[in-house]
Design a protein around this ligand. Structure first.
Ligand code: UP5
Ligand code: MG
Length: 194
């Protein structure tokens, strides 16, 4: 008996705030034609959608550096993935998700065998470097201020690192150190997609 193949291939792109997840994902899109889904971007778009049911909650959570309830995030991700799959785009980078154990549970429940996750990218970077990058980004993000950044670092250490450690334990984690130039990092990142 034949088993259905997963519809989508997903590489999770994880790492601290400002480690370069978005920057490196954009380069992978350019070279390999994968689809980049930033969970944070999807949440910000939802927050900015007039009449959105969850706008205020998302706003509050992002400013506090807290992790939005997984039901919201995973629904946004799955909707985007299905849209792309229907257009025959089946390789995804999911950036900034999963961020805690509950995110992992929600992904398994809602996406489950729809997607295969061959490995994850983990961008390691010092807080000093990440903070400098975030403070000089100047794109008007409500969480790019010293107070929110500190909260984001705390959430990352307490909730997201354990998830990354779990992938590592299972041999799925590809770690890249990101205290260097965009091009130096990318030279290493791209090798995992060849
Ligand atoms: N830059 C990048 N690489 C550089 C390099 N090598 N050298 C010098 N400069 C470099 O980069 C950040 C800045 O640094 C940019 O100006 C860039 O040019 C420069 P970027 O690529 O944007 O880093 P990234 O890791 O994407 O940083 P980002 O701030 O997006 O990470 P966060 O994880 O903090 O943000 P995200 O958007 O993923 O999440 C925001 C919030 O949404 C979370 O805090 C949370 O409240 C909520 N959220 C959820 O609740 N659930 C989710 O699943 C996802 C998000
Ligand atoms: Mg980002």
């Amino acid at each position: 008996e034949e088993k259905a193949q997963p519809e989508a291939q997903v590489v999770f792109v994880l790492g601290g705030p400002g480690s370069g997840k978005g920057t490196q994902s954009a380069k992978l899109v350019e070279e390999f034609g994968v689809v980049h889904l930033s969970a944070g971007d999807l949440l910000r778009r939802e927050r900015n959608t007039p009449g959105s049911e969850h706008g205020e909650l998302i706003s509050k959570y992002i400013k506090e550096g807290k992790i939005v309830p997984v039901e919201i995030t995973v629904a946004l991700l799955l909707t985007e993935m299905k849209k792309c799959v229907s257009e025959k785009k089946t390789s995804f980078l999911v950036d900034g998700f999963p961020r805690n154990e509950d995110n992992v549970r929600g992904w398994k429940e809602v996406v489950g065998s729809y997607a295969k996750v061959p490995f994850i990218l983990f961008f390691s970077c010092s807080e000093e470097v990440m903070e400098k990058r975030l403070l000089s980004r100047k794109q008007g993000r409500t969480d790019d201020n010293v107070e929110s950044i500190r909260k984001r670092f705390k959430t990352y250490q307490e909730s997201s690192m354990p998830v990354i450690k779990e992938f590592e334990k299972n041999g799925l984690c590809r770690e890249i150190s990101c205290d260097r130039s965009v091009d130096e990092i990318y030279a290493e990142v791209r090798k995992y997609f060849l």
